[in-house]
Design a protein around this ligand. Structure first.
Ligand SMILES: Cc1cc2nc3c(=O)[nH]c(=O)nc-3n(C[C@H](O)[C@H](O)[C@H](O)COP(=O)(O)OP(=O)(O)OC[C@H]3O[C@@H](n4cnc5c(N)ncnc54)[C@H](O)[C@@H]3O)c2cc1C
Length: 539
């Protein structure tokens, strides 16, 4: 295998103990959307914040990388709700000082290949409804009922978010109100809720056609998270102009403006705790950074199983709490470079979701039992087609990304090897999987045969290596009904000065992690201080 050259696309400031300030008001572990949002908001309130990122570039799953003249994103393909002055858009505008721009995808932003049938999702509330009715004319009543459920779910979302910042006694006081606001169907599994509306399994499959966006098929996922994602993309998909790395790049100045910094190559080894209170962190190089406020966005499994001393995690009940949650799936990524512009090659601004059949759960089960079974979902995204600036950075070329699930266990025997040096067996195994995914792409886009200049395959071990998720998990914790009801998944921990943020305390997705950052900041500074800031954001 040819030696891989590391990416030159890097943002953030390389960590050295000598580059640290004498004092920080807060230390944030992880520079993903959850960490950067918390850091930026605290900075805006006058805190001096040190963000520590173990990777060589900042951004977590929003980072991009470059190789052989191509550039790919690792964890952002489309973001919803940013085409108008929505709360999501206003928050991105605030964090980036208006420097992050968005390009709309095609009106048909998602296309679903289900067995030999083709369906799609269209942008716009009315278009979404009409398009479903056109595809399923006999199911109009079920479609209207489904849209009504999405509306009910939307009304509940704010309350669900706010419960995360309430103290336990406040939650108890508010139980009747919260129960009224969050009807039980939100916590049921997605398939059961939909099966009460219709017995058309193709319609259910189309409605759940974005299940990959949260990592669990409909019989395992929570309707609440399904509804959040469906609502998120109701007005279509958008892509960050300039590539997903622009997200972190445009937020970092806000952190620096208050004297803070985002350090890369800055791996935290341990969160230090004395007498039940945080005292700072110890870095992998042994250097200690003392600070009374530490926010971990490295995921709760990392935080409580690896970063906190075991006796502390045990004594505060977090070791047993971890048993109530599980990691999400691992995934394979194929990163493809082609000579020729997107228009020349016929690449759309539409994501492809390719399913072998309409029973997604059965397809997943079969694949987990047998590696040679068809992939239960193959997702294909065309970043250079979505990005109006790509041609300026990489003229005359295009990129494609493919994502498909793959369990971590399949790769475990190589987990202790170094990236790029895992040996021939590993390379052969992953390249066979990669070739199968390439074939799926050629079946839908035969004109690309002979046009691919370069491609490489990532596995859950790559996710572990670059993003620090121990099981290579795609979305942090799995979004099961049980996970969504865990009260300990909230910003404030039982350890004084230790806070959580990022996808594990709310939901996955760049917006989910961003909103988690808002909740963490709110929990840390209190309503009196966050109020005026939110007024500015949403003015
Ligand atoms: C393949 C894929 C596709 C996706 N597509 C989309 C999409 O199209 N749209 C969308 O909205 N969302 C998408 N997502 C999900 C989205 O990217 C994530 O949910 C979100 O970015 C998570 O943000 P976060 O801050 O919680 O975590 P992360 O971005 O994972 O950040 C956590 C950071 O902590 C760092 N870290 C871990 N341990 C340590 C340590 N010990 N010391 C220092 N740093 C540490 C990690 O390196 C990482 O940078 C996708 C994700 C994947 C993997």
């Amino acid at each position: 295998m040819a030696k891989l050259s590391p990416s030159t696309l890097r943002i953030g400031y390389r960590y050295r103990p000598s580059r640290l300030a004498e004092h920080y008001d807060a230390v944030v572990i992880g520079s993903g959307m959850g960490g950067l949002t918390t850091a930026a908001m605290l900075s805006d309130l006058g805190w001096k914040v040190c963000v520590l990122e173990q990777h060589y570039t900042a951004g977590g799953y929003t980072h991009s990388y470059e190789r052989n003249g191509y550039e790919w994103d690792v964890g952002v393909h489309y973001i919803g709700d940013v085409g108008a002055k929505t709360r999501t858009r206003q928050m991105f505008d605030y964090l980036s000082d208006g420097n992050l721009k968005w390009a709309p995808m095609d009106e048909e932003y998602d296309r679903f290949y289900i067995g030999d049938k083709i369906f799609c999702a269209k942008a716009g509330r009315q278009q979404f409804r009409d398009n479903l009715v056109t595809q399923f004319p006999d199911e109009q009543q079920a479609i209207e009922a489904y849209i009504a459920l999405l509306n009910d779910a939307g009304n509940a979302m704010t309350s669900i978010g706010m419960t995360r910042v309430l103290e336990p006694w406040q939650q108890t006081l508010m139980t009747p109100y919260l129960k009224w606001k969050t009807p039980d169907f939100l916590y049921r599994n997605t398939y059961d809720v939909l099966a009460e509306l219709t017995d058309d399994d193709d319609l259910i499959a189309v409605i759940c056609g974005q299940w990959g966006d949260m990592g669990l098929p409909p019989r395992q996922s929570t309707f609440m998270v399904h509804a959040m994602i469906a609502r998120h993309y109701l007005y279509g998909g958008f892509y960050p102009v300039g590539g997903s790395w622009r997200i972190a790049d445009s937020i970092i100045p806000k952190i620096q403006a208050s004297g803070g910094e985002v350090f890369t190559y800055a791996s935290v080894e341990r969160i230090n705790v004395e007498d039940g209170a945080v005292t700072g962190v110890t870095m992998k190089d042994g250097h200690r950074i003392n600070c009374k406020q530490v926010i971990s966005t490295a995921g709760v499994i990392n935080t409580f199983d690896h970063l906190l001393p075991a006796d502390v995690a045990e004594s505060f009940g977090y070791s047993s709490a971890l048993k109530s949650v599980e990691p999400s799936f691992g995934h394979l990524g194929v990163y493809i470079g082609l000579k020729g512009r997107a228009e020349e090659l016929g690449l759309p601004k539409t994501n492809f979701w390719i399913y072998p059949e309409n029973n997604y759960d059965a397809a997943v089960e079969r694949f987990l039992e047998n590696k040679d079974a068809p992939f239960p979902v193959v997702y294909i995204s065309f970043p250079s087609a979505k990005d109006p600036d790509y041609e300026n950075r990489h003229p005359g070329t295009s990129t494609i990304e493919i994502v498909a699930p793959a369990p971590y266990e399949w790769f475990k025997e190589w987990q202790d090897e170094t990236w790029g040096k895992r040996g021939d067996d590993y390379e052969t195994f992953k390249s066979n999987l990669g070739d199968r995914l390439m074939e799926e792409m050629y079946k839908k886009l035969p004109q690309l045969r002979g046009k691919v200049d370069y491609y490489e395959v990532s596995t859950p071990l790559s996710t572990n290596w670059f993003a620090g998720y121990t099981q290579g998990e795609l979305y942090g914790l799995a979004h099961t009904p049980s996970r969504m009801q865990q009260k300990w998944l909230r910003p404030k921990t039982k350890i004084s000065g230790l806070w959580l943020s990022g996808q594990d305390i709310l939901t996955c997705g760049v917006t989910g992690a961003m909103m988690a950052g808002v909740l963490t900041t709110t929990a840390m500074v209190g309503m009196r201080k966050i109020g005026p800031l939110m007024k500015r954001v949403y003015s």
